[in-house]
Each structure stands twice: as structure tokens, then as C-alpha cells.
Design a protein around this ligand. Structure first.
Ligand code: ADP
Length: 406
């Protein structure tokens, strides 16, 4: 009898090595995709700040040449923002093939607040109102893939702002089914923009489809965002719907079935709820910001918004006083070195008016670039509650709000 044997040890070793190399390559590829997605997201915030502020600068520049430079910075910034969006879309689109869905506890209000913060500068610069409406019944935390949900909503919000010239953009979350451990939530992004013709409403979800492909500039884009949004919503268990009327606006919405995540320590949950109030809900604190420098004003507006508050802004003492007399503010932040009447004078006027009308004193916080010691005494004497140094940090704003409002 003849027996033939082959030594396949080497071959097995090679196969194992190949398998390991393939797995390592997949892990590296996944890490790369995640990295690009995260990085694009992180670049978005400062870049939209540049776009917003350069537009502001353009409006303020008297000198023609400077105006032109500001306009170029703005244009370049916008192009970069579009490029960034498309990089993210294409990366996300490739990522879809993996059909991977992460399940993690997500604080919806925090997620929406972060989103609103991202798009706030662009909305503000177009003078659009940005509303966040989260029903009280919406659970604090649910289980879902936050990266995908965030990506979908960011795409819808960016489009809503891009295709709206006047009016408002609203992001809304409503409870459709509430079964304690399980909910169905409807997410909607509503705009009062240009709308989409009936015959195009299905097509907009196709990859690379754009209603106005030739339009450049502000309305630039690659037609990938909605395709990604549709696929992601599908992966999350929903279906994206569009209602739109040409010239009146569009509503993109989807319903997701979600498990509710119950936090172990409910006292912590309550603390968190207060800390992360929905951005423009009726009961969020109402703050007056008084600042003569419009760039500094935009900056503090965005911080106050991140802290979950509504706000009104004034650039001088007389406008501030007018607003104070016609609104119920919970807190006032005022620049101390205001032109045409100092912040200290404003504080004195407020206290005098409060005494005359028997009102409860509203906390007034002074902002200054001068060393605190030099400022403190005179400002506190004038009726301010506290003085803080500029540039202000978000954490300081939050501490002040917690100390004086809650
Ligand atoms: P992009 O915005 O990059 O062009 P999208 O896939 O996000 O790509 O959108 C595809 C097209 O759908 C847009 O070019 C636009 O014509 C239309 N569209 C999307 N959102 C809106 C909206 N909110 N209002 C009006 N048109 C929209």
C-alpha cells in the first residue's frame, strides 16, 4: 500500500497569518473611518464659526479692500464646510455597507443640544430662528446608535438651513408610543425654506441627485447627504418621510422604535435634566446679554445657548433698559465698559427701576477684560451681583446659571 502525505503545517501557518492580516486591516480601516468621521465633526464647529464671523466682519468693514478680504474668507470657509460635509457623507456612505449598528445609552437632549450648537452660527448668520422642541414625555435616555442618529439629524438640519432664506428651522421630538421600557419617537426637521417640487420628492434621496445641480456658492453640495440619511434611518429601524411645498418649506421626519434606558441613580438623572435643559423650550432660563462688540456678542450668545438658555441681546444701555422693562429675564450678563453709559450705570438704572416698581432684583453679572480687582468694588456698589473676566468660558456661564437661577 502506498500512502502519500503532505506536510501542510506551513500552509496552515500562512493561512492563519493571512487571516490575522485581513482582520488587522479591517480593524485599521474601521478605525480610519471612525477617525475621519470624528475629525470632520470636530472641524465643523470652528469652521462654522469662521464662516459666521467673517460674514459679520464683511458687514462691518468700511474699507472696500478689507470688505473684499472678509468676503473671500467667508466664501473659502463655506467651500471648506461643503467639502467637509461631503467627505463625511462619502465616508459614511461607504461605512453603510458594514450595516453595523452600535447600541448605547444616548441622552437625547444632550445630543440635540450639541447639534444645535454646531449649526447655530450658520443659522444665526442667516437671521433664521432655530427652535428645539422636545416633548416632556420624551425619555431622558434611549438605546440607539448615537453617531448615526447625529449624522442624520445634522444632515437634515444643515440642509434646512442651507435651503431656507427667511423664517425658521425647527428640530422636534415627539412621543408616538410610550410603553415605559419602549418608545416610538418621531424626529422632525422643519423649515420654512424654498421647498421641493412634488415630482422631485422621491428623487432627492438618490445618491448625487440635486434639485438645482448647477447652483453654486451657499447652495453647493454633492447630493449625498439625504441618501446617507435615508440609509442610516433604515439601519436604525425607521423610514424617512418628506412633506414639502414649493416656496413654503419642507419637513423631513422619521419614527424610530427605541428601548428606554433607565438610569440607576434617579437623583443623578434629575440633576442631569436640569443641567441639560432643551435649548429653546418655553421654560428654559431667559437671559439678557448686553455687549457692544458684535463679535463678542455672538460668542457669548453661542455660550448661553450651549448652556441651554434662551436669550435676547442688546448693544447699548438704552436698548437694554427697554428690553428689561418689557421682559422677565432670569439673569443679565453685561459688559462693564459699554460705550455711551457704562455697564455700572446700567446696573444702577436697573436697581432703581426695580425699587420703583417693587420688583424682585434680577441677578446682574458684569463682564470685563480689566483685572477683576480693579473693577469689582465699583461694579458691586453699582448693584451687580458678580464680575467675571472675558473671554468667558462655557463652564463659568454654567456655574453662574446654576448659582443664580437654579
Ligand atoms: P446636498 O445638500 O449636498 O445637495 P442632499 O442629498 O443632502 O445633498 O440633498 C439633495 C437635494 O435635495 C439638495 O441638493 C436639494 O436640492 C434638496 N433638498 C434637501 N433638503 C432640502 C430642504 N430642506 N429644502 C429644500 N431642498 C432640499
Amino acid at each position: 500500500m502506498l500512502s502519500v502525505s503532505f506536510d501542510i503545517t506551513e500552509q496552515k501557518k500562512m493561512e492563519a497569518a493571512l487571516r490575522r492580516a485581513k482582520e488587522a486591516a479591517e480593524v485599521a480601516n474601521h478605525a480610519k473611518t471612525e477617525f475621519i468621521a470624528n475629525m470632520s465633526h470636530d472641524i465643523h464647529t470652528p469652521l462654522s464659526g469662521i464662516v459666521g464671523l467673517s460674514q459679520l466682519l464683511e458687514g462691518r468693514c468700511k474699507n472696500k479692500e478689507e470688505k473684499q478680504y472678509a468676503s473671500w474668507i467667508n466664501e473659502s470657509g463655506k467651500q471648506l464646510l461643503e467639502l467637509l460635509k461631503s467627505v463625511l457623507d462619502i465616508v459614511s456612505d461607504e461605512h453603510i455597507s458594514t450595516t453595523e449598528v452600535n447600541k448605547e445609552a444616548v441622552d437625547l437632549r444632550q445630543c440635540i443640544r450639541g447639534l444645535a450648537h454646531l449649526v447655530f452660527p450658520t443659522a444665526k448668520m442667516k437671521a433664521l430662528e432655530l427652535h428645539v422642541a422636545i416633548e416632556d414625555a420624551v425619555p431622558q435616555q434611549v438605546i440607539t446608535d448615537v453617531t448615526k442618529l447625529h449624522r442624520v439629524l445634522l444632515n437634515l438640519l444643515s440642509n434646512a438651513i442651507k435651503f431656507t432664506e427667511k423664517g425658521s428651522v425647527t428640530i422636534k421630538i415627539e412621543t408616538i408610543v410610550d410603553d415605559k421600557d419602549y418608545v416610538q419617537l418621531q424626529f422632525s426637521v422643519i423649515d420654512t425654506g424654498i421647498g421641493i417640487p412634488d415630482e422631485m420628492q422621491n428623487k432627492v434621496f438618490e445618491r448625487f441627485f440635486r434639485v438645482n445641480p448647477s447652483r453654486k456658492g451657499t447652495l453647493g453640495g454633492y447630493g449625498v447627504g439625504l441618501h446617507v440619511a435615508q440609509n442610516y434611518v433604515g439601519l436604525l429601524g425607521g423610514e424617512i418621510k418628506l412633506e414639502s411645498k414649493l416656496g413654503e418649506g419642507s419637513t423631513f421626519s422619521f419614527i424610530l422604535p427605541l428601548k428606554v434606558f433607565h438610569a440607576v441613580d434617579s437623583s443623578k438623572e434629575i440633576e442631569k435634566t436640569n443641567h441639560l435643559r432643551p435649548i429653546t423650550s418655553e421654560d428654559s432660563p431667559y437671559i439678557l446679554l448686553v455687549e457692544a462688540n458684535s463679535v463678542a456678542l455672538r460668542f457669548i450668545e453661542s455660550l448661553v445657548m450651549q448652556a441651554g438658555c434662551r436669550f435676547a441681546s442688546a448693544a447699548d444701555v438704552s436698548h437694554a433698559l427697554k428690553l428689561i422693562k418689557s421682559n422677565d429675564f432670569d439673569l443679565i450678563f453685561t459688559e462693564i465698559e459699554l460705550p455711551a453709559g457704562s455697564g455700572n450705570q446700567l446696573a444702577r438704572d436697573i436697581r432703581k427701576w426695580e425699587q420703583e416698581t417693587h420688583r424682585k432684583p434680577v441677578p446682574v453679572i458684569g463682564l470685563t477684560t480689566t483685572p477683576l480687582n480693579e473693577m469689582r468694588e465699583s461694579s458691586i456698589d453699582a448693584g451687580m451681583n458678580e464680575i467675571i473676566n472675558k473671554p468667558v468660558q462655557l463652564q463659568t456661564i454654567q456655574e453662574i446659571i446654576n448659582k443664580f437661577i437654579f
